[in-house]
Design a protein. Structure first.
Length: 162
């Protein structure tokens, strides 16, 4: 069982942006010194999001090693990456994106029915103090694997194909 992490409730970013698209609350503004070191160094690298080719993992040892090095770089320097040649049908990916988009387009009241509890749900995670700088984003986090800890109570019924 995973430890229970407490999160302070904060306003939903989507609603803040809808109320005043030109306002950015101070809590979301990071001065240069506050940015993580890896964010500061991105300008020294290519402006392209790192792309990880999963098909290369089935090649020789040298290819696999290069992919692993690129993956480590992407995680350490960017914090994210794009995966290609993963074997997932484009039609399935598009259906998943449409379902997620549909969830985020629901009225706030419906999304809040799935508010953060026990590290899962809609909102923001890891907000531990009133002074903490926040990311300008909302999330919908679901634990999917291992299946024995998946909690379907957090899975929305709308959109119906979610």
């Amino acid at each position: 069982k995973l430890p229970n992490l407490k999160t302070i409730s904060i306003p939903v970013v989507q609603e803040l942006a809808a109320k005043d698209p030109d306002a950015l609350p101070q809590r979301y503004i990071r001065v240069k010194q506050e940015k993580p070191a890896s964010i500061k160094t991105i300008s020294n690298h290519s402006n392209s999001i790192p792309m990880i080719d999963m098909a290369l993992l089935y090649k020789d040892h040298e290819c696999r090693q290069q992919v692993m090095e690129k993956l480590a770089f992407a995680c350490q320097e960017w914090g994210f990456f794009q995966v290609v040649n993963h074997g997932i049908l484009v039609s399935l990916l598009e259906k998943m994106k449409a379902s997620v988009r549909g969830f985020f387009q629901l009225p706030l009241e419906e999304k809040l029915e799935y508010g953060i509890q026990e590290r899962e749900g809609y909102g923001q995670l890891f907000v531990v103090s009133e002074e903490q700088k926040l990311d300008w984003s909302d999330l919908f986090y679901l634990i999917t694997l291992p299946e024995d800890i998946r909690n379907m109570d957090f899975w929305p019924t709308k959109p119906v194909d979610f």
